[in-house]
Design a protein. Sequence first.
Length: 164
Amino acid sequence: MATVATYFRRSEFIAAESTVERLEHAAADQYRMRNLPGDNIYLFSKRIDNSRLVREADPGTRTDCWSAIATVTLLAVMLGTAAMPRIGGLLSGIQAEKLKTDQQELLLRRRMLEIQEARILSQSNLDQFAVKRKLLTPTPGQEQHLQPHDSAFAMNVGSSAGAQ
């Protein structure tokens, strides 16, 4: 019978009696609103002030931070080193294309200048220029041919002769 005693506990009988009393009380007042769930729970909140607390420094955080910085820097250097030849090739290709376009522009400019020079030096243009400046061809009597003399040649003389 010990098992039967433990099977029927006193708290269960008390709960059953209180349930019966509640049902009888509910039948008496039909229009009374039933209790809401969690109505019997009271939550107490206490204001916590952590302004005077100071966080204790973690000794491993500093080394972790520096090792992360070193790792990222090393990775950046390695990627930069690996990408340098490709970037250099691209830059030299861009420079070569720019030099080719510059060469084409200079050749076109040279052709234009040669054409302009040919127009200026054409015989008809020279004749017009001579007429404007009154530079006519000399008549046979206007020409004078000079005969060089030995004394007429320019000579390099020392500084003492030039000062006289």
